[in-house]
Design a protein around this ligand. Structure first.
Ligand code: UD1
Ligand code: CA
Length: 474
């Protein structure tokens, strides 16, 4: 939308979070609160977006470093919402159009609602438009005071309200569109006139509404049927409540798109995760970060996938952890496999129980079915890694690479002491410690020679028995 300027208020301390982290950086479904708001704002294609920062400003700016187009203004000290918006004057003065005021701690807000607000504002050529909602329990919110004709007169804060005003159930969301210029002058000229004659001694942005009405400037309202998306985060209880709402929203849309959730109540899918149709997700599964899952996959109970990319028809059995790794079509993992960052599991490969991979590529159709550690390894296609195989990749100072070429067979309980290369098609005998390269097509056995002492055990038992007879305690 052209000539739309978004100002997001984020200077408040968030005292009730009891946290060293600024409130707006707390996570909801894998995204910070402010990032949720910015993701919604992205959809509006505004001409500019300004963030008013104060408490924890440096942390907030650092966390948003990937958004170069954001502009920042600092509010210090924090003297109220009216004062907060005033800080945007240097950035917005001389601009035309509409300012959309948002709070950084209201993460569930939908872009469609904001579009409606802006369109109503523009359609009515209003000076201000307030987003409101009717609440069964309006406690704590500013109330919308209307005159006998039903027009908005002013907004009164809970603390400043009379008993009769407290009965009003229509609340101020704190979200407004404001004309940058009107017949009475510029928005910032009005803001400079706000006073602090209220119970908190703050510059209330809400007082702008009464000021406009007294000057006969047009003030409109958009009243929502449900206040759910207007809820703000003040403490960690709110954070959990809103996370649940967000999760239900996400899970419903996944199911609508063709994903089966065995138990939606225990399915945790971050914002921004993608799951293909006909995938079945078991109970207690967490899909985090930028995880992408193909079609027709099965993710069984209790798995956590963080920034994982799975092709189609992948089966992940119970209780696997997959982090920052890729899994090819038709591969099977687990139960209880641990795939650590920078691993690539090829199509139709098989990684079984208690197998850990780190920075390892396992080629097409290769198998590591039981109890193995494969770190810093490049493993070709059609390879069989026996139970208990360990790549000894760390010498106490440095990590070293293991290369296992196509069609190699590694016998069970072998140690591959890196750096080492096992050539194409070679065999490694079970129980080997391999410290030198194995040429293609050969057999390597790296273990002590087996010694047989015939009848040794039988004779030992007979001798013990004879001793016991002598002692008389048989
Ligand atoms: C405000 C509204 C109230 C509304 C409610 C909705 C005012 C006076 N009241 O009250 O009518 O019902 O929101 O949630 O506006 N902030 C700053 N700088 C400041 C003060 C606040 O940046 O000096 C930011 C906060 O970080 C927060 C937002 O503004 O994101 C709202 O501030 P808050 O103190 O929570 O306002 P409320 O008292 O809830
Ligand atoms: Ca608040």
């Amino acid at each position: 939308m052209t000539d739309l300027h978004v100002v997001i208020l984020a200077a408040g301390k968030g005292t009730r979070m009891k946290s060293a982290l600024p409130k707006v950086l707390h996570q909801l479904a894998g995204r910070s609160l402010i990032e949720h708001v910015l993701t919604t704002v992205d959809q509006l294609r505004a001409s500019s977006t300004v963030l008013v920062v104060g408490h924890g400003a440096d942390d907030v700016k650092a966390a948003l470093g990937h958004r170069p187009n954001l502009q920042y203004v600092t509010q210090s000290p924090q003297l109220g919402t009216g004062h907060a918006l005033l800080q945007a004057e240097p950035v917005l003065q001389g601009k035309k159009g509409v300012v959309l005021v948002l709070y950084a701690d209201v993460p569930l807000l939908q872009a469609g609602t904001l579009q409606r607000l802006v369109e109503t504002h523009r359609g009515a050529k209003a000076t201000a438009t307030v987003l409101t909602a009717e609440l069964a329990d309006p406690y704590g919110y500013g109330r919308i005071v209307r005159n006998t004709k039903g027009q908005i007169e002013r907004i009164v804060e809970e603390r400043d309200a009379s008993a009769a005003q407290r009965e009003i159930r229509e609340i101020n969301s704190g979200i407004y569109t404001l004309a940058l210029r009107d017949s009475g002058g510029a928005l910032f000229d009005h803001l400079h006139q706000l006073a602090t004659d209220n119970s908190q001694g703050e510059y209330y942005l809400t007082d702008l509404i009464a000021m406009y009405r007294q000057q006969n400037l047009g003030v409109e309202t958009v009243c929502l049927d449900s206040a759910e998306e207007l809820r703000g985060v003040n403490n960690r209880i709110d954070l959990a409540d809103l996370s649940l709402t967000f999760r239900q929203r996400t899970n419903r849309s996944l199911m609508v798109s063709g994903v089966t959730l065995v138990d939606p109540a225990t399915t945790y899918v971050d914002a921004g995760v993608k799951v293909g149709a006909d995938t079945v997700i078991g109970p207690g599964v967490q899909l985090q970060g930028k995880t992408v899952i193909g079609t027709g996959c099965q993710i069984h109970a209790g798995c956590r996938l963080t920034d994982a990319v799975l092709g189609n028809s992948v089966v992940v059995l119970d209780r696997c952890v997959i982090v920052e790794s890729t899994v090819g079509e038709g591969a099977t993992l687990g139960p209880m496999a641990h795939i650590r960052p920078a691993s690539v599991i090829g199509p139709a490969a098989r990684v079984g129980n208690f197998v850990e991979l780190k920075k390892t590529t396992l080629g097409r159709g290769s198998k590591a079915n039981h109890l193995a550690y494969l770190g810093d390894a490049t493993i070709g296609e059609g390879v069989n890694i026996g139970a208990g195989t360990i790549t000894c990749n760390y010498d106490g100072q440095k990590k070293h690479k293991t290369v296992i070429e196509d069609d190699v067979f590694i016998g069970s309980d072998s140690q591959l002491i890196a750096p080492v290369t096992i050539g194409k098609g070679a065999y490694v005998g079970a129980g080997s410690s391999i410290a030198a390269d194995v040429p293609a097509g050969s057999l390597a056995i790296g273990r002590g020679q087996q010694v047989i002492k015939p009848d040794w055990a039988t004779k030992r038992r007979a001798a013990r028995a004879a001793e016991n007879v002598a002692k008389g305690d048989r």
